[in-house]
Design a protein around this ligand. Structure first.
Ligand code: GDP
Ligand code: MN
Length: 399
């Protein structure tokens, strides 16, 4: 789960992390009051969307002087003007895709005078099973581009879970960022605060880009991005409360209500599979035969008829879906339960695209009998290879 920058900064502030003063607003009418309260003389008006690259982004309805989704304002009037231009407008950045994201919230901050921009992030490194810091002197830029062009400018180090964060980690971070004297001391404190926040809140990623040195010699986090581990959210109801559903895919929200592992993709073939490995293999084989999957969907082991019905409805509601492939290897999941769920869903929402079903395993004969008796226009398949070819041909034939 992701949260907005202003929410991330509020979380970090609880741990003592230095961030600017700011106010979140939802309506342009509130911009002037927020700006006056913060005081100025410079402000930063920041679009709040769950995507980076806002500063270099562009709005769909540009106005004169449009300068991206993060702008410096020099007067209360300017803050107000920017707020009017940004709120309700759609911001396109390298991370949003061409459709962009509509801006519903703004964060207005006290502007900082920047001397240097640095990069710090913390993540779980799966190859070492440790929490790792990734730091670079090249802050404020696209870090992927830095990693590609000048990998030597990115320094990483891991924290041993047995010791937790230690003073030497802070010194390593300071050295990597070229910070000395009082700034090195501040870096030491910050390293500990960020790590503690990361572990306490069960984050999977915490990215500060940029971390800046201000002209008066202070470290400050000017941007903050946090992702939380989904499996730990039950321990953090206060973080769950920060979830912004307008940032999430409607189909994924619906799937999460039924505890379905669903990820929306942009292809044409809807997939309903049991087991994550089989779901990935199904997506691969669809691609192998020249089409693209419209989703990843694992209905899980002991899926009920209701869950299967919900899953089928989510797939058919996607207008990009031109064909559906059901691939079930029945173990705990029984083929007859699957068949009943699919038929219940089709009765409710209809079926306007070709459907290929490949069933194998527990109660396969019962499952096939239920589908055959239903009168549904189903193309049956013998194995994964056969199923993939049949759905790809059916979709291509319909074009
Ligand atoms: P992003 O483009 O989505 O990563 O948004 P950021 O919050 O990182 O802002 C983009 C850029 O705006 C930063 O890299 C800074 O150069 C600039 N910026 C953000 N806040 C301030 C500020 O308080 N003062 C100044 N001078 N520049 C800022
Ligand atoms: Mn940034």
């Amino acid at each position: 789960m992701n949260i907005h920058e202003y929410q991330a900064k509020a979380v970090l502030k609880e741990f003592g992390v230095p961030v600017s003063h700011g106010k979140a607003i939802f309506k342009p009418e509130d911009a002037a009051a927020a700006a006056k309260e913060l005081g100025g003389p410079i402000w930063v008006v920041k679009s709040q969307i769950h995507a980076g690259g806002r500063g270099k982004g562009t709005f769909k309805e540009p106005e004169a002087g449009d300068k991206g989704g993060v702008r410096l304002a020099k007067s209360v009037e300017e803050v107000e003007t920017f707020a009017r231009q940004m709120l309700g407008n759609t911001l396109v950045t390298v991370q949003t895709g061409p459709a962009g994201k509509q801006v519903h919230r703004l964060y207005i901050e006290d502007g900082s005078e920047i001397a240097t921009e640095l990069y710090v992030s913390i993540l779980v490194d799966r190859s070492t099973s440790r929490i790792s810091f990734v730091v670079s002197t090249e802050g404020g830029m696209d870090i992927e581009a830095v990693a590609h062009a000048t990998p030597e400018k990115i320094i990483t180090f891991a924290v041993d879970p047995a010791t937790g964060i230690m003073p030497h980690h802070g010194r390593t971070l300071a050295r990597a960022l070229g910070l000395t004297g009082d700034l090195a001391k501040q870096a030491g404190t910050l390293t500990e605060q960020l790590y503690t926040a990361f572990v306490t809140k069960d984050m999977t990623m915490l990215e500060i880009n940029p971390l800046v040195v201000t002209k008066d010699g202070k470290l400050r986090c000017l941007d903050a991005k946090i992702a939380f581990e989904g499996n730990s959210l039950y321990r953090h109801p206060d973080m769950v409360a920060l979830r912004d559903l307008t940032e999430e895919d409607d189909k994924e929200i619906e799937a999460s209500k039924y505890d379905l592992s669903y990820v929306a993709l942009d292809g044409t073939i809807g997939c309903m599979v049991n087991g994550a490995g089989l779901a990935m293999a199904t997506m691969d084989i669809i691609k192998l035969y020249g089409e693209e999957p419209a989703n990843f969907l694992d209905v899980g082991g002991g899926a009920s008829k209701e869950k299967v019905t919900a899953a089928f409805k989510i797939i058919t509601a996607d207008p990009n879906v031109k064909g559906i492939l059901i691939n079930i290897f029945g173990g705990i999941m029984k083929c007859d339960v699957l068949a009943e769920g699919v038929i219940a869903a089709v009765k409710e929402v209809g079926l306007n695209v070709p459907l290929v079903v490949r069933l194998e395993g527990t109660n396969v004969d019962k499952g096939k009998a239920i589908i055959n008796a239903s009168g549904l226009n189903v193309i049956s398949a013998d194995d994964l290879d056969d199923a993939a070819q049949k759905i790809v041909n059916a979709v291509k034939g319909a074009r």
